[in-house]
Design a protein around this ligand. Structure first.
Ligand SMILES: NC(=O)c1ccc[n+]([C@@H]2O[C@H](COP(=O)([O-])OP(=O)(O)OC[C@H]3O[C@@H](n4cnc5c(N)ncnc54)[C@H](O)[C@@H]3O)[C@@H](O)[C@H]2O)c1
Length: 320
């Protein structure tokens, strides 16, 4: 069994990853400053003596906390606000500088730790590095179409910088590192106000208010259920041959936003209207991962259908 650092472990995806790795008997050092996650996400893990919750901002030097852990074999760097919702207190739009620092200086400090401990490193990047893509589906070889100073650039460009930093440590310092590009993920423990279509539609349908579609609803999204994502993240770290690989992780099942609205409405079972509003700035028109690389490299592909995942997520939102 291993000693593992997970930055952002009190967030949506991180908390599921902590749980899964703890269940396998590993010791987890979860580093989080709760800027967009919360203690309640990991409340159920606090009784496990192998779970260590360390409140710390990864964009500050780790020397103040490094005496809390001894040997470490793996570092998963997930710490970053991830929601684009300008109305949410926890979004990267409302924490632009913190977001840039977690993915830049935070990545630098965690890579230094990886170098010092001879630990394997994984950087959680995003499909947003592809920006508003001119090709679909997006393969890892696509360089992207990112607006460098648009409202979302604080996130997109920070992740691009984080990727470059990760590769620099690999090339120059010999750190064993991999990059995953996560596409839209959903499921229990996601932020209720993350502003993405799944949570927005579920909230609206449960509240019995009209579902709002931005634009004509023909823009597409593909959503990966969190259990599938965590399985993919673990494989990206633990499968042999992933050092130096950039890997898309997501579900290629592409649906239009209008179709997703109808499915959510039907699953919640309330008769609500669907209305249209103006498309926000930099809202991508198309998002679909090409996962052929990870299918062969990791033997991974999502198993949970959109309908099944939405049902579980709606149950969670009903009781949250
Ligand atoms: N959820 C998605 O669909 C999605 C898509 C693409 C990429 N990602 C990436 O996956 C990772 C996890 O996303 P998530 O959806 O779980 O988001 P989240 O906001 O729920 O989790 C991120 C966690 O990182 C913590 N954090 C942020 N900045 C920090 C800092 N400076 N120091 C310490 N902790 C810090 C937050 O408090 C939170 O607990 C992020 O890096 C995100 O960019 C997520």
């Amino acid at each position: 069994m291993y000693q593992i650092v997970i930055s952002g472990g009190a967030g949506f995806i991180g908390s599921h990853l902590c749980k899964k790795l703890l269940n396998e008997g590993n010791t987890i050092y979860c580093i989080d400053n709760f800027i967009s996650g919360s203690r309640t996400n990991v409340e159920g893990l606090r009784d496990n003596p192998k779970f260590h919750l360390i409140e710390h901002d990864v964009s500050q030097p780790l020397s103040t906390i490094s005496d809390r852990f001894g040997d470490i074999q793996y570092i998963f760097h997930l710490a970053s606000p991830a929601s684009p919702n300008k109305k949410s207190e926890r979004s990267y739009i409302n924490h632009p500088i913190e977001t840039m620092l977690s993915n830049s200086i935070g990545t630098y400090y965690l890579l230094q730790l990886a170098k010092e401990k001879n630990a394997k490193f994984l950087f959680a990047s995003t499909s947003e590095v592809y920006g508003n893509p001119s090709v679909s589906p997006q393969a890892e070889t696509y360089f992207g179409n990112v607006n460098p100073n648009g409202i979302r650039s604080v996130y997109d460009e920070a992740k691009r910088f984080g990727e470059a930093m990760t590769w620099s440590f690999r090339r120059v310092q010999g750190v064993d590192a991999r990059i995953i590009r996560i596409f839209n993920t959903y499921g229990p423990f996601m932020l209720k106000d993350d502003g993405r279509v799944v949570s927005t539609f579920i909230n609206q349908a449960l509240d019995g208010v009209p579902l709002t579609i931005f634009g004509d609803g023909k823009q597409t999204r593909s959503f990966c259920y969190v259990d599938d994502m965590v399985d993919g993240i673990m494989k990206a770290m633990f499968v042999d041959g992933t050092n130096g690989q950039v890997m898309n992780l997501g579900n290629p099942d592409e649906r239009s936003v209008a179709e997703i609205a109808t499915i959510v409405k039907d699953l919640v079972g309330k008769s609500v209207e669907i209305v249209h509003e103006e498309l926000p700035e930099d809202d991508p028109m198309q998002r679909k991962p090409d996962i052929s690389k990870v299918k062969s490299l990791l033997q991974w592909e999502p198993k949970i259908t959109l309908e099944e995942g939405l049902r579980k997520t709606i149950d969670y939102f009903r009781n949250a």
